[in-house]
Design a protein around this ligand. Structure first.
Ligand code: SF4
Length: 323
């Protein structure tokens, strides 16, 4: 039987997260080119019963009962299947029952059904909702997300906005950047403009870091990710990068190398801020030169300033076995 409950695993967005898989493998409304769990086996729009929520909740309870230390306890129980979680007609009941365990509940959805009142009704019960926001251009959406034929991108965009007005929890977006598909300046500006129209709490910019479902899918490079960050930042207060490196940008170690790598994995850092960090930690310019030489960070121009960004290319090559 498929593993339906797993973790807790560390997640930059959610802290320690215990995952619940409420959908059989790869039943989805999309078949994204970059999907890290393979091509969709079944594409459908119809919501249905897959598993009894009580069974899933029992599995969560059992896993929680095995945790030895208080520090192992999850910060979130996250409904994050290898498919689309809102296809589960019992999602609302599942969230309600999970919340009785006194742990906040998160749902990671592609938002393709969020215009449906019954889906909104279910998602409103969660504490944290992450919605996919790769593109809002029809052709790009069709190419990148390969949606079910009856889906409509405008209805999805309206649905996300409408949900945002009602939802009192934390709502974030995730934009996965794929080279040559949704990462041109005009695409990024269009996505940023749309995000601005409803204002997520955090807009995450991600790149595929594991082998994708389709060949010839490449993550955007550092310079493009840097541009994306700044284009989004013009419209959204809080933007963060998810480039596969789980550094902790929020806890300073006082060590220049560690702090620089952690921070620049999440935010490009302007040169004056890097020099400030260098001064604060007593590091020398030689150390920065070495990090550049070792290709651990990259210096990139944007808008008349120089920015430092952690390089992710080599790490991805290692993960995908292509380097
Ligand atoms: S929505 Fe998620 S699970 Fe479905 S195909 Fe896309 S990446 Fe894979």
């Amino acid at each position: 039987m498929e593993r339906r409950v797993y973790g807790p695993v560390p997640s930059r967005r959610l802290g320690l997260s215990l995952g619940v898989n409420n959908i059989p493998h790869k039943v989805c409304t999309y078949s994204c080119r970059y999907c890290q769990v393979g091509k969709s086996l079944k594409m459908q729009l119809q919501r249905q019963v897959f598993y009894e929520p009580e069974e899933l909740v029992d599995e969560v309870k059992e896993l929680l009962s095995k945790l030895q230390h208080k520090t192992d306890y999850p910060d979130y129980i996250t409904v994050v299947p290898d498919g689309e979680p809102t296809l589960d007609i019992n999602l609302g009941s599942l969230i309600e029952q999970l919340k009785l365990l006194q742990v906040p509940v998160a749902v990671i959805t592609n938002a393709s059904l969020i215009n449906l009142p019954e889906v909104q009704h279910d998602l409103l019960k969660a504490d944290f909702v992450s919605v996919k926001a790769d593109t809002f251009t029809f052709e790009t959406w069709k190419t990148l997300n390969i949606p079910h034929k009856q889906l409509d991108i405008n209805q999805i965009a309206d649905g996300i906005r409408d949900f945002r007005k009602k939802f009192t929890g934390k709502m974030v977006t995730e934009t996965m950047l794929v080279r040559g598909i949704n990462d041109s300046v005009s695409e990024l500006k269009n996505t940023a403009l749309y995000l601005e129209s409803f204002g997520p709490d955090v807009a995450y910019v991600a790149i595929p870091t594991r082998p994708p479902a389709f060949n010839h899918v490449e993550p955007s490079d550092e310079a493009t990710v840097n541009s994306a960050y700044h284009i989004f930042k013009e419209k959204i207060a809080h933007v963060e990068l998810l480039t596969g490196y789980e550094g902790n940008a929020f806890a300073s170690t006082g060590n220049f190398r560690d702090d620089l790598l952690s921070i620049t994995a999440v935010h490009p850092m302007r040169e004056d801020a890097v020099l400030g960090l260098m001064q604060k930690t007593g590091a020398s310019e030689d150390l920065l030169a070495m990090l550049l030489k070792e290709k651990l960070v990259e210096k990139l121009p944007y808008g008349g300033h120089a920015y430092y960004l952690k390089k992710f290319r080599q790490m991805i090559d290692r993960l995908t076995g292509s380097g």
